[in-house]
Write a protein that binds this ligand. Structure first.
Ligand code: BGC
Length: 386
């Protein structure tokens, strides 16, 4: 697969491995991460390659999801595979994803299809990616094609995954491709994301009126001085702009951000994940209560923890689901929860070392190893009777 990330990661892998050695996290890299393959210090860690090879092993993976009691599955279609050249839609790739969808349906897993999860075809990247003024139009055309091709068997479409996080990491922090820091670019990209979503929404609904369309929005729980400003910019701005063009509110929740004085991220950090994010279940309750203002059904599309030793994951799931139940008891219309993620996979700029999976992947052999927390999650699912 050739897209803007696969090119970028090859040119930056060695330098990122060196940086990981030069700037380890506070306290140094723990042994349990260095002993795994690939470790944060290997260049190989930063190159996706065949990753967990889900592209070929999806049937086996969906068998696992079913054995773990899941009844829905969130996945992406890769734009660069489906439209490798401008306006040329690859029928073989479309067929591949049709097979993926059938495999889900055969196992009683409701497909939730994401159309854009951070990668772009090269022909569009060359023109400036989300900075290019016609990208919203191209994205909507791709969405229309996806609705035609898959909409007979897919109801739930997620147009964009975390557009605001992408704008921030690509154009403000410069850690994701195109890694060009410029605040004006971040603003333009955000405007194009909003326009792209709205156009895609209209085109999907035109073709498939029964489709349920939304985005996956990363909402953080902010506390402290100026929390309101950050909440508005980070959580509300995008959703306020698209509130009339979504059928559900899709929320990704990971952690919280306490602002003390003028400093961000001053969390107590009593318990943190392998990537240093504070475990803060209560924040999910607040984020859900707030998202209820849009008056749409809510789906939690991501919530998970990087925990290679599987030390915290079971409790993480239990405590977050308790907060979901608390919000629901107060009338919040939550319809679904997707734990992120089914399997260990390539974790963006960090590469392979963060382990978010309910299922561990041995990257040398591609063996799937179900973690204990996945069975504990299954118990909760079984008891809930859904
Ligand atoms: C992204 C996922 C990622 C997760 C954990 C979200 O921002 O949508 O791709 O794995 O965060 O970092």
């Amino acid at each position: 697969m050739l897209n803007n990330w696969s090119i970028w990661e090859k040119t930056t892998a060695s330098i990122r491995a060196l940086n990981a050695a030069k700037h380890p996290p506070t306290g140094g890299w723990p042994d349990f991460l260095l002993q795994r393959h690939p470790s944060p210090l290997d260049a190989e860690n930063y190159i996706s390659g065949r990753a967990c090879d889900h592209y070929r092993r999806f049937e086996q993976d969906f068998d696992i999801a079913r054995s773990l009691g899941h009844n829905a599955h969130r996945f992406s279609v890769e734009w660069s595979r489906i439209e490798p050249e401008e306006g040329h839609f690859d029928e073989e790739e479309i067929e591949h994803y049709r097979e993926v969808i059938s495999a889900l349906r055969e196992r009683g897993l409701e497909p939730f299809m994401t159309l854009w999860h951070f990668t772009l075809p090269l022909w569009l990247d060359r023109r400036g990616g989300w900075m290019y003024r016609k990208t919203p139009y191209f994205f909507a055309r791709f969405a229309a094609r996806a609705a035609e091709a898959f909409g007979g068997n897919v109801i739930f479409f997620i147009t964009l995954n975390e557009p605001e996080v992408y704008a921030q990491n690509a154009y403000l922090r410069g850690i994701w491709p195109p890694a060009k820091k410029n605040p004006i670019s971040a603003i333009w990209a955000t405007r194009h994301f909003i326009e792209g979503h709205k156009l895609a929404y209209a085109r999907i609904k035109e073709r498939r009126p029964q489709a349920q369309v939304g985005i996956a929005k990363n909402n953080t729980f902010f506390e402290g001085r100026f929390a309101g400003i950050f909440k508005y910019l980070r959580n509300d701005y995008f959703l306020n702009h698209i509130k009339d063009t979504q059928d559900f509110t899709g929320i990704n929740y990971y952690s919280h951000n306490r602002i003390r004085g003028f400093r961000m991220n001053q969390n107590d950090n009593k318990e943190v994940s392998d990537v240093g994010w504070e475990v803060y279940p209560k924040g999910l309750y607040y984020v859900l209560k707030d998202a209820a203002k849009y008056g749409k059904p809510i789906y939690i599309l991501e919530n998970g923890i990087a925990d290679a030793r599987d030390a915290y994951r079971a409790r993480f799931i239990r405590d977050h689901l308790t907060e979901v139940a608390n919000a629901m008891a107060e009338g919040v219309d939550v319809r679904g929860y997707f734990h992120w993620s089914l399997m260990d996979n390539m974790e963006l700029e960090k590469g392979f070392w963060p382990r978010f999976g309910l299922v561990e992947i041995d990257y040398k052999t591609q063996r799937r190893i179900i973690r204990q927390s996945a069975w504990e999650y299954k118990d909760i699912i079984d008891k809930s009777g859904k």
